[in-house]
Design a protein around this ligand. Structure first.
Ligand SMILES: [Zn+2]
Length: 141
């Protein structure tokens, strides 16, 4: 039993993100807060509950009228509609392609970090990583 630690699921964290920009990029009008959006993201530090402040242009004459303006930082956390953090995708990609780990091994490593993931999620993350690498390579051409 030497050196063996039992991983406990980490406590859920709450993070609030706000748009840096409070004026409409089209007309310059100050945008009031319209609503809050919520997203759950699984990161390498555990599950994070994002609370996103969304603003909207109030000017009916503007082409961006009522167009939602979400926090800029949101894109650094996860892909649109994704439930897994980019940091987690990067970790899985490194384990798979640099360290040649199999999906069950990666699952075990993540579980040792206290992240509750099933093997299907690990495979999903491996595919997301491949897509991002492909996208990155095609952008460089
Ligand atoms: Zn506007």
């Amino acid at each position: 039993m030497k050196g063996r630690r039992v991983a406990r699921p980490r406590a859920e964290q709450h993070v609030r993100l706000e748009p840096q920009e409070v004026h409409c990029q089209s007309c310059g009008e100050w945008m009031p807060v319209a609503y809050h959006a919520h997203r759950k993201i699984l990161t390498i530090k555990g599950l994070v509950q994002l609370r996103l402040v969304v603003r909207r242009c109030p000017n009916p004459a503007c082409q961006a009228y009522k167009h939602p303006y979400r926090p800029e930082e949101e894109g650094l956390w996860a892909l649109p509609h994704g439930e897994c953090g980019l940091d987690l995708i990067a970790l899985v990609g490194r384990l798979r392609y640099r360290e040649q780990r199999s999906a069950p091994e990666i699952q075990r490593i993540l579980q040792e970090r206290g992240l509750r993931v099933c093997e299907r999620t690990v495979e999903h993350l491996m595919h997301r990583y491949e897509e991002l690498v492909t996208l990155h390579l095609s952008c460089q051409q």
